[in-house]
Design a protein. Structure first.
Length: 150
């Protein structure tokens, strides 16, 4: 699989956006791994895509069409700037920080354990921010050695 961008990577100050663009493009080519399909452009506030959709106020289908019709990330960003709720750089920074500072409740920790069993066997997945959790799972960040285990 082509490695997706980190969810913490930014485009125009928006975290999640570069990853979302690549997921939509991979899906259109039939190359998006099944595990990512369920949450792609989700409206659920529990998913990163859903958090982006809620923050920007964008219509999911229109965003998808804009991504697929665009030749570059910058042209998608221009479309987002024209159609999203306006946000300052500080708004975007605070929003990103709120995602990173979130820690899950017991039910969400159990979901993480089921979704990331290899990581859960080595560490407390409830203590990780979601960006680090995904980056460890996808190999962008090293998984701490056993000295950091539960």
């Amino acid at each position: 699989m082509q490695l997706l961008p980190s969810p913490g990577e930014k485009l125009g100050g928006y975290v999640i956006l570069p990853r979302l663009l690549e997921k939509v493009r991979l899906q259109a080519r039939g190359q998006l791994p099944h595990v990512y399909e369920r949450n792609l452009l989700s409206e659920s506030p529990m998913t990163l895509d859903g958090k982006f959709i809620a923050f920007t106020g964008l219509d999911r289908e229109r965003l998808k069409r804009a991504i697929l019709a665009s030749e570059s990330n910058e042209s998608v960003l221009a479309w987002v700037a024209d159609h999203a709720k306006p946000h300052s750089s500080d708004d975007k920074r605070r929003w990103a920080e709120s995602i990173q500072s979130y820690r899950p409740d017991a039910a969400r920790i159990q979901y993480r354990r089921e979704l990331y069993p290899e990581l859960a066997a080595r560490m407390d997945v409830g203590a990780l921010d979601v960006f680090d959790l995904i980056d460890m799972d996808e190999g962008r960040l090293p998984v701490p050695d056993r000295s950091y285990v539960l």
